[in-house]
Each structure stands twice: as structure tokens, then as C-alpha cells.
Design a protein around this ligand. Structure first.
Ligand SMILES: C[S@@+](CC[C@H](N)C(=O)[O-])C[C@H]1O[C@@H](n2cnc3c(N)ncnc32)[C@H](O)[C@@H]1O
Length: 327
């Protein structure tokens, strides 16, 4: 894996938002496919925000990003990450009030687990995870009917479907609050992703791949955060930006035509738990409402609109220049 170099980096107070965008540009050299930050930690008993592989994750760059922000963005107290993905960049600024956003619900629910100030019972979450890990359901459910022996074995599908349904029922009955539900769903999504029969995304599964690995949930340990004030959103960044005020606007949009909703459709399906029909070899649900303009020819217009409507003292952008690299 080669090191990613930050080739251009500026961030300083600017008169106009557009100027700020240009001055705070961090251009990243394209990474080879395998060098995308694929984070797996099989040893850890507890679950941390960075224990997840994710396309375009900046987990390996957070120290550099923090150094740049600390050096150039003086006096900032509110940090907004509107293409937050895993949320690892926001997590690197525990002293600030954090605003996270992502178009995928599967990321949003993880942000709720990691960042919301809501009180939760660690003991309750831990106990349920123990029960879920021991479960061995025999009845078929939405997951086993639709996904058996694709990304997961039939047994693991039954277990995933059973756990997700149980979390939802306990949430609906009031036994779990919003944060506790988010923590359990996050634990489930991370556990699924760790054993999925994929090459890191759900566009396809490996024929003849290993399906036997056990699904093991772990107890999420939220990153250090300041008390109160953090907010999480699940919107198109261009809609949210019109109501957002922050000191640092961190932008890490997609940089090629591969839609995250395609790559993570299965995690999104389980996170939403609306049990939609699925189709095709990869068993995808309808994703038209979660497609990103940033993966289309409309990216330039979307980006211009975002900057024009931003209200921030500093804009810090990471972008992978794929102009001469195909899609
Ligand atoms: C490059 S990834 C961000 C990775 C993140 N910085 C991390 O380290 O995990 C881009 C993210 O933007 C999200 N996204 C794409 N289009 C969006 C939009 N229009 N509004 C909000 N989020 C969007 C994707 O779902 C994806 O999670």
C-alpha cells in the first residue's frame, strides 16, 4: 500500500466562501484500489468508530487533516462534516461541536451511535449484544429469504434478520431509546461488514467464497466528545447546506461515478429495515432516492451550488483527482 501524499494544502481565513474553498483545498493523489482504507480489527473486543472498511475512508489521514486544521483554522469551535461516511474525520475533533451528515441512512445511524449526546445504558446494550451473539434462530425471515448463501450463509442471514427485527421491536416498544437502537444497529452493521463475502463492497459477492465465519457483534465505545450540542443529519448535503452555520465545513465528497448507494445497498437495507423487494444477482433494493449528484456529470454544478450556499469561516476539501483515470 503506498502512502497518500497531500499535494496541495491551504486553509486560512478568507473573505468569501468561494475563496475559502479554493484556499482550503487539499488535493489527494489518486489511490490504487487496494489502498482504500480497509480497516479490520479482528482482535478488539470493543467496537471503535474506525473498525470499519469503507470506500474513500480518511481513517489513515485523520492525523494529517487534524494538523492542517489546527494550523490554519484558528478559533474554530463548530466542525461540520457533511459527507461524513464513517465519521472518522469528525471524531478527530472531540473538542469541537460536531455536525455530521450523510445521504446514506446506514452512515447516519452510526453517527447517532458515535456522536449524539443522548444518554444511553451501556449495560443494556452490552447485555443485548451478548444475547444476540448467542442466538441461533431457525426460522426464515426477510434476510434469509432474500440473501441466503450470497453475501452471508443462510444461518447468518437468519441471525441478522432476527437481530435487526428484535432491535426494531424493542425500539418501537420504548425499551430502547434512539441512541441505544443506533448502537445496536451499528454493532450489527460492523459485524456484518466484517464477515461479508465481498471484496469490500456489495456490488457483487464472491462465488464459492467463504460463508462460514460467525457473526460476532461487539459493544460500541463512542469516541471522546464534548458534552452536548452534536447533531447528526441524513440529507443531501446540498439541501442541508442552506440551513447550516459552522466554523469549519469539511467536504469529502465522492470523486468518481461509483454510487455509494450501490456499493452499500445491503447495509442500507438492513439499517433502514423497511424490507423492500430486491432484484438482480446482487439483490439490490430500489436506490433512486439515495443517488448522489457527485457521482454524475452533474457533480460540478452540485459542487458550485454547495459552495455558493455555504456559511462557514473555513472550508477544507479533500478530493481525489480522477480526471485522467477513467471513472
Ligand atoms: C468519500 S466518502 C466520505 C468518507 C469519510 N470522510 C470517511 O472518512 O469515512 C463520501 C460520502 O459522501 C456521501 N454522499 C454522497 N453524496 C452525498 C450527498 N449529496 N449528500 C450527502 N452525502 C453524500 C456518501 O454516502 C459517502 O459516505
Amino acid at each position: 500500500m503506498r502512502l497518500v501524499k497531500l499535494s496541495v494544502l491551504f486553509a486560512k481565513p478568507c473573505a468569501s466562501v468561494l475563496e475559502a474553498a479554493l484556499m482550503a483545498f487539499i488535493a489527494l493523489h489518486p489511490m490504487p484500489g487496494k489502498a482504500m482504507n480497509l480497516m479490520r480489527d479482528h482482535e478488539d473486543k470493543e467496537l471503535r468508530i474506525q473498525n470499519r472498511r469503507y470506500l474513500g475512508s480518511k481513517a489513515k489521514l485523520v492525523t494529517e487533516i487534524r494538523t492542517i486544521v489546527k494550523r490554519y483554522c484558528k478559533g474554530a469551535t463548530v466542525f461540520a462534516d457533511v459527507f461524513a461516511g464513517t465519521g472518522v474525520v469528525a471524531a478527530a475533533f472531540p473538542e469541537m461541536r460536531l455536525i455530521t451528515n450523510d445521504i446514506l441512512f446506514s452512515n447516519y445511524i452510526c453517527h447517532q451511535a458515535w456522536f449524539l449526546p443522548d444518554i444511553y445504558s451501556h449495560q443494556k446494550v452490552e447485555q443485548l449484544i451478548r444475547i444476540y451473539n448467542a442466538a441461533c434462530p431457525s426460522q426464515d425471515n426477510y434476510m434469509s429469504i432474500n440473501f441466503a448463501d450470497t453475501f452471508f450463509s443462510a444461518a447468518n442471514c437468519r441471525k441478522i434478520g432476527y437481530i435487526r427485527e428484535d432491535i426494531e421491536q424493542r425500539f418501537k416498544s420504548g425499551e430502547l431509546n434512539r441512541r441505544e437502537r443506533a448502537m445496536l444497529v451499528t454493532s450489527l452493521l460492523y459485524a456484518m461488514d466484517k464477515i461479508a463475502n465481498t471484496v469490500g463492497h456489495y456490488d457483487a459477492y464472491r462465488r464459492g467464497g467463504c460463508l462460514d465465519t460467525a457473526l460476532v457483534m461487539r459493544t460500541p465505545v463512542p469516541p471522546e466528545c464534548r458534552d452536548g450540542g452534536n447533531e447528526c443529519f441524513n440529507e443531501d448535503a446540498n439541501a442541508l447546506i442552506r440551513r447550516l452555520k459552522c466554523d469549519i465545513l469539511f467536504l469529502d465528497p465522492p470523486y468518481n461515478s461509483r454510487q455509494y448507494s450501490d456499493a452499500y445497498h445491503l447495509l442500507e437495507n438492513v439499517a433502514r429495515w423497511e424490507k423492500p423487494p430486491v432484484e438482480g444477482v446482487a439483490r439490490k433494493m430500489d436506490r433512486k432516492n439515495i443517488k448522489s449528484d457527485y457521482c454524475t456529470l452533474g457533480a460540478e454544478a452540485a459542487f458550485a451550488d454547495l459552495i455558493e450556499n455555504a456559511s462557514a469561516k473555513y472550508i477544507v476539501l479533500t478530493y481525489n483527482n480522477m480526471a485522467s483515470k477513467g471513472n
